[in-house]
Design a protein around this ligand. Structure first.
Ligand SMILES: [Zn+2]
Length: 300
């Protein structure tokens, strides 16, 4: 059965006019329930990330600063959300959601988190709407507990997974693959194990061809036994930050390629939602909902 991490805390109240489309975290599960793609029992409520697990990835000093709400104005500006206890609580639920998804994926082949993909969080700092790096936290959890030996992170958000690349730069058991807009944020890129920087305006056919050609190569070269997928939908042509021109259908095909790849090779996979900044909320919600629909179709 498709297990999906969701908590009402995922939707965080933002000041009026904030540019982050927070409503999507409620609308995506509502849409999936409404249309019958999932039922209530597909969802589970994740617990709170605990300190020992967090410290497998984040520095003690950063963890303390987050918990004490003791960040400088500069650090808060870099993250981009107003930070208080509620926000920290939310972040810990999201990261734990990805950890628990990983355990479900070992059982069911796949699990998804209705948030996360917070790939701009580094070991010692956050930026770009990210404070904990949920996929890094979950990957380190699996390694630490001997539940996976070689983990592939497929990051297809339009922005480079800079935090993830940095966290695993000295970790041979994790392979970071990021395919992103070359001219997009972050300006100063980190080095993933494989970076594919895309030109502005790229359309479906070359985008999908590149992905199709790359994934089998990673399987041969790295031989992963677990996959995390960052399924950001800011690659859409409608996205106001993305600079690419992938259609909604193309984005759905992207998800299918990743999930079929994992299923064919019996690789448990956890998807976290990642970014999406189309001006029409419906474009964002539809594209994210497609990730869940495709997961259902491919795995069950
Ligand atoms: Zn993004």
């Amino acid at each position: 059965m498709l297990k999906i991490a969701f908590s009402p805390t995922y939707k965080y109240e933002l000041p009026e006019g904030h540019r982050f489309p927070m409503a999507k975290y409620e609308l995506v599960p509502d849409q999936l329930l409404y249309e019958g793609t999932v039922r209530n029992d597909n969802f589970f409520h994740p617990g709170l990330l605990d300190e020992p697990t967090a410290l497998l990835t984040h520095t003690p000093n950063y963890w303390r600063k987050l918990n004490d709400i003791d960040l400088s104005d500069k650090e808060i500006r870099a993250i981009g959300f107003p930070i208080n206890e509620k926000f920290m609580h939310r972040g810990r639920h999201i990261a734990q959601g990805t950890v628990e998804c990983a355990l479900f994926a070992l059982q069911h082949g796949v699990a998804l988190n209705v948030a996360g993909g917070t790939h701009h969080a580094f070991a010692d700092r956050g930026e770009g709407f990210c404070c904990f790096n949920d996929q890094a936290v979950a990957a380190n959890y699996l390694l630490h507990h001997g539940l996976a030996k070689r983990i592939l992170i497929i990051d297809l958000d339009v922005h480079q997974g800079n935090g993830t690349a940095s966290i695993f730069s000295d970790e041979p058991r994790v392979f970071t693959f990021s395919m992103h807009g070359e001219r997009n944020y972050p300006l100063r890129k980190e080095q993933s194990n494989l970076d594919i920087g895309l030109p502005d305006g790229m359309i479906d056919a070359p985008y999908l061809r590149l992905l199709r050609n790359t994934l089998p190569r990673l399987l041969d070269e790295f031989q992963p036994d677990f996959v995390f997928y960052q399924s950001g939908v800011d690659i859409l042509e409608t996205d106001k930050l993305g600079r690419l021109s992938v259609s909604r259908e193309g984005c759905r095909e992207r998800d299918r390629i990743v999930f079929e790849y994992c299923r064919q090779h019996r690789l448990p996979v956890v998807a976290s939602m990642g970014g999406g900044y189309s001006p029409r909320l419906a474009d964002i919600v539809e594209a994210h909902a497609n990730t869940f629909r495709v997961a259902q179709e491919v795995f069950f």
